[in-house]
Structure formats: structure tokens, C-alpha cells
Design a protein around this ligand. Sequence first.
Ligand code: ATP
Ligand code: MG
Length: 564
Amino acid sequence: MATPDSSAGGNFIREIVEQDLATGKHRRIVTRFPPEPNGYLHIGHAKSICLNFGLAQEHQGITHLRFDDTNPSTESVEYVESIQADVRWLGFDWGDRLFYASGYFDRLYEYAVQLIKRGRAYVDSLSAEEIRKHRGTLTEPGRDSPHRTRSVEENLDLLARMKAGEFPDGTHVLRAKIDMAAPNINLRDPTLYRIRHVAHHRTGGEWCLYPTYDYAHPLSDALEGITHSICTLEFEDHRPLYDWFLDNLDVPSHPRQIEFARLNLTHTVMSKRRLLDLVGKGHVNGWDDPRLPTLQGLRRRGCTPEAIRAFCEHIGVQKRDGTIEMALLEHFIREDLNRRAPRVMAVLRPLKVVIENYPEGRTEELEAVNNPEDPGAGTRTVPFSRTLYIEQDDFREVPPKKFFRMTPGQEVRLRYAYIVKCVSVVKDERTGEAVEVRCTYDPETKSGGPQAGRKVKGTLHWVSAAHAKDAEARLYEHLFAKADPDDVPEGQDYSANLNPHSLERLEGCKVEPSLAGAKPGLRYQFERQGYFCVDPDSAKGRLVFNRTVALRDSWAKVEKAQQE
Ligand code: ATP
Ligand code: MG
């Protein structure tokens, strides 16, 4: 597994851009983010977005958002809209530079005619299967199609009729005439156009001829005057083809394609095919399920755009594929939330506590600090009364060693309140489980009181039973139990590694009253429990929180293990 810190922050593309500006090759850089609208964006896309928009921003350049919409059967307006919303949410703005590959269909067709006239493209009428057979292998050259020698006139005529809808799907394709013996298979007369009688979400029924990615992409880049066309490593072998189109056509510019390693994360999957499969089979609850690495999932989970941008900047840009630990992303989420999230008290698994010497019917409003990391965040009050809830985990009748929480005879502090001591336990007669803890409190130990400074080893969070609001908390674990979801026994697929404990719903939580009416999207630190975000499922009188991350940061440990 690659250690992310081996090149943290390194970005070889930034160096290329700076050199091109220094030498005057370009006066202004133009980058683009070219998603195909066939799914929702994920954190891998965020790496590409941060890179393209980030580089342009740093160097007073511009970035285009271009939908690479050349495959009508898998694309839709729903995706076009969600992608724009997600790029904006991440904090980037393309201004008025929103483009579609489908917006160039006329010009791409004219370029195809130009290639034919130059003797550099032909209509092939072999079946897809025959074309594959003619292509050869890595060790054997391909063979020419019998249609390769068609005349320019015949090719022009056939192409026009293909466009006019005279032929059914699969009967003809347009291919570049390059070299069937080229060692790089991508250069063995690649397909430029296929006949597909399918309506397109933007051009409707206007076209029944659709360009391939390899053909449409370099030309779209050139038409837009892109200077640096940044893509992922799997396109490295396509670069000679990218350049071939631009060298063989009268294009307004010749962008440079630069490849970088895609982001992979442990314990999750990122390909759209996999994400579609997870959503489609109901393994998760939609594209914005907080367990998914989609931007909508991360957002619903409570992750901020700032955290994602800091993470992307930190991991940098590499030339070789690797996998980043999920713990590193969580580390960045935590760092960001630590600065911004107000602290509150919430009890996830409540256990009733009665303070026997505290007067019935009395309520005190105690002052609590909103965020020790941010003095400007101020204070609030929390109500204290005779009956409280604490976490079940914070009480043990028979404590293990070094248990500094609540146990008979031991003093603990209740955060912002008093020191209390357990004097007895009420148990369920059948199960023997503790259902209520009886305590006494020391009135002198209140903040500002004569005994306020008295030391005890444990401090617990709590809520006042009469004042607390009901809530549901959803706790998440990795979606996949193994770091590599594909690590499965033969005959099984990646879904065998789905973690059955990836979602735990706690419906009986009690939260402090200041959270009443908290709006979806607001983020908090529940003291001692982690960072939580209000879920859109919250409705009037019902609060639902997603745990974004727990408090304990495992990144330092992971990093240390990697270095050993
Ligand atoms: P997937 O493999 O998830 O289906 P894709 O590459 O087909 O993704 P596109 O919509 O074509 O998805 O991607 C838009 C841009 O985002 C491309 O430039 C692509 O290289 C980049 N990108 C996609 N996935 C990643 C990733 N994991 N890391 C970095 N960049 C990525
Ligand atoms: Mg793609």
C-alpha cells in the first residue's frame, strides 16, 4: 500500500504549468473538468476538480466545466444537475464557461469529413466482432479491414447516409486510418463514430451517429483552447492518439495531455459501475448514503468542502497509482470540524441517574463553553436537575481496572456541573441490568464554588431528563470490512466484503435542549462521542444525527505502522 506521505503535497503538474508560464509558452492557462454525466461525483472526482480548478486559480487562469456527454444511453439530466451542484458545493465556480461535448457534434462531424478527405479515415462495414478479430493482440499485429481501401467519395457518401439514419445500429463505423500494425493498439485504426439510434438528453433525436471519447475529447479540448488537459493514468496509452487527431486536423490549438494517478481509498469503492451496483441493489440507501464516497454522501455525513480540499492538497498528485488510507481522509475531516463545530452534550445510550440529595423540581442553568478551540464561539447554558441521563458505558457496577467513570463509591465530575458519587444501583429483576443509578452530589463543587477545583479522575457528559430532546443517531463504520473490497475468495464478488455493521441506528438518544430545531446540515461535536451532523430526515420534533467521525484519530497510528 502506498504511503501517502511519501510525496505529500507534491504536484508535478503544478511544476509543468509554472514552467509553461515562465517560458511564455502560455500567457494564461486554461484547464477543464470533463465529467461524463452518467453518475454522481465521488471523492476521486474531487481530486481532479481541486487539481484543475486549483491550478487555474493559483495562476490566474480559468477552468471550464465540460460535460463529456457522448454516450446517450447512460447519461441523464439528473446527473448533469447533480454534478454542477457538487462542483459548486466543493467551492469552485466555472463562471459562464459551461460546455458540452454534444455542443460540438456539428464540428466534430465536419472534422470527420476533413479526415476522410485527407485519406485518414474510412467507413468500415465489418461487425464489431470481426473488427475485434482483426485488431490483433499485444504480441501480434492487426490485419487491415477489406474496407480500408474505400475511396474518399464512397466514404463521404456512406458517412452522410450513416448520419441521415439510413443504416441500423452496428452496420458501419467510421475509423481513423492510422496503422493496423502499430505496437500501441490504440493506434490500430480506432473507431471515431458509431451508429446508435438513441435519443440524447440534449440533442434529442437529431443524431443517430455518436463520436467516441477518444475522438471527441482532444477536439473538444482544442476547440476550447485548453492548455493543459489533465486526465487519469489509464489514458497514458491514448496520448499518441490524442496527439494524432490534433496533428492531422486543422484545429485552433494543441493542448497537452498530462496524466496523473487516480485517487483510490481503502475500505470503499469508487468506480461508477460499483456505485451504481451498490445503489441499485439496495446495499446502501441511495447516492447520498453517508457511507458512500460520493460528494453527496460525504456532505450528508457532515464532511465539509474545506476538509476535502485540504485532503486533496495534502495527498498531492502522483504519477503512479496507490491507495490512500481512509483514516487520512477522516483525519482531515476531524481537523476541520474541531475548529468549527460547537460542542454539545448528547447521550447516545441513556442510563437514568437520580441525584438523591438534589431538590425535586429544581433546575439550574449552568454555563457551558461552545468551543474551546474558538473563544469567539461564546457560551450557552445547559439545564441541570435531579434526574439525568448518562451513557450506559459510563457506569460499571463491577469496574475493570482503571475505570475512572461512574461506579459505586467513586466520585466523578459531571461536565460543567458537580462532582457526584454513586450510592446504589437499581437493577432489572429479570436481567440483572442496571436501569437506574442513585447518586449524591456535592454542592460545593460547582464551577465558581469553594470546592470547584477538587480533582477527580473522570468527567462525564450528561443531559437533564426533563429537558432533553429525543433524537436518533446513525453511527457509521467502513462500508467494506476489508481495506481492499476486491480481496475475496474465488467465485465471490466484492459485495462479500460489505461490512454488516456499517450502519448502526440508535433511536433512543437524549440530547441537550439547545439542539431543539437544529437545521439539517448543522454540525456539532457531541462531547466524547464524535462529530455529528443533522440529517435531512429530521422532521418537526424529531432529530436525526449522522456521526461524521468519532473523536479518536487513528491516522497517527496508521502512519507509524506504514513507516515501520
Ligand atoms: P469512474 O472510473 O468512477 O467511472 P470516470 O473516469 O469514468 O470515473 P468521468 O466522469 O469520466 O468518470 O471523470 C471525470 C474526470 O474525473 C476525469 O478527468 C477523470 O479522469 C477524473 N476522475 C475520475 N475518477 C477519478 C479518481 N478516482 N481520481 C482522480 N480523478 C478521477
Ligand atoms: Mg471517464
